[in-house]
Design a protein around this ligand. Sequence first.
Ligand SMILES: C[S@@+](CC[C@H](N)C(=O)[O-])C[C@H]1O[C@@H](n2cnc3c(N)ncnc32)[C@H](O)[C@@H]1O
Length: 331
Amino acid sequence: MLNYYQSLLRYLSDTSHQSKKQPLAEWANRLPKDIQAGLCEKRYGDLKQWKDALEALPNTTTSMHKLAHEVAIGQAEDCDAETRENIKQQLQQLIPWRKGPMSIHGIHIDTEWRSDWKWDRVIPHLAPLEGRTVLDVGCGNGYHCLRSYGAGARRVIGIDPSPRFIVQFYMMKHFLGDINVDVLPIGIEALPNDLQSFDTTFSMGVLYHRRSPMDHLRELKATLSSGGQLVLETLLIDGKLGDALVPEGRYAMMNNVWFLPSADTLISWLRKCGFRNPRLVDIAKTTVEEQRATEWMKFHSLSDFLDPNDSSKTVEGHPAPLRGVFVAEAP
Ligand SMILES: C[S@@+](CC[C@H](N)C(=O)[O-])C[C@H]1O[C@@H](n2cnc3c(N)ncnc32)[C@H](O)[C@@H]1O
């Protein structure tokens, strides 16, 4: 799939918009190898089938797209019923679709998450994205990358190590044309140490999956230009400064959850890692309306992860999911 990344690689290699250090150009040199490793068919058994579905998407004329208030790409009238059915079948090869919703030529992809609700909670608190370069760490299928572009960002790069989500993104981009948004098949650990290149870096839904939250915060800081803004969204617990839950077993059926701090604890971690003016801008309980099984994600979802007799607790007896949004600036 290297051909999907040609315009991104050209952008990163163009040193005219970079500091003397040219960190993006250096990154561009090593990226092709990382992209091939991240999309290695021998490593990911289903990847060939997903790539075939991407390649089988018909070419259509997309009469419009909307990314500012929703993700709507093309209209039903842009193609005939047979073409639309073909598109739907290829999109369904990539089930489960977790982040969205979106519509493609009138096909509504009702995803597990109402990621638009998260976006609505986050966007009012950010430095305007107009004209900014954006990095979205752990971006899933790039839903919020598209919304960032819709909010005026100049260049958006998402990274996520899950190849299913990468292919989902390029299925959407197939109908969008060559917009300045890409999603790379890499984890944060594959980023160069001090990119110091982005105006806004998102890390949403990732911190609790990291074994070392301090390292995660420091890695995020290293992606930002001086004065750039971090947008951090994560699971929290109610509690005071110093409190954090480290579930010994699973949390809401997830086995890779490490640290759920209180809001004050996380603010102190951000300060400790050198961020300026860290602040909590939103806090919300996750509801079974926001995360649920749908036609496009048929597995268990939040209602199965909560105690059936007490929805304030997970099935393991931990506090039910509570999510906070923090913003802070790099020095
Ligand atoms: C809970 S999802 C959040 C997706 C999206 N950011 C959102 O807020 O809806 C966490 C994402 O982090 C990704 N992820 C896991 N390990 C990662 C790593 N080491 N670096 C970057 N992303 C990672 C997963 O593949 C997954 O898509």
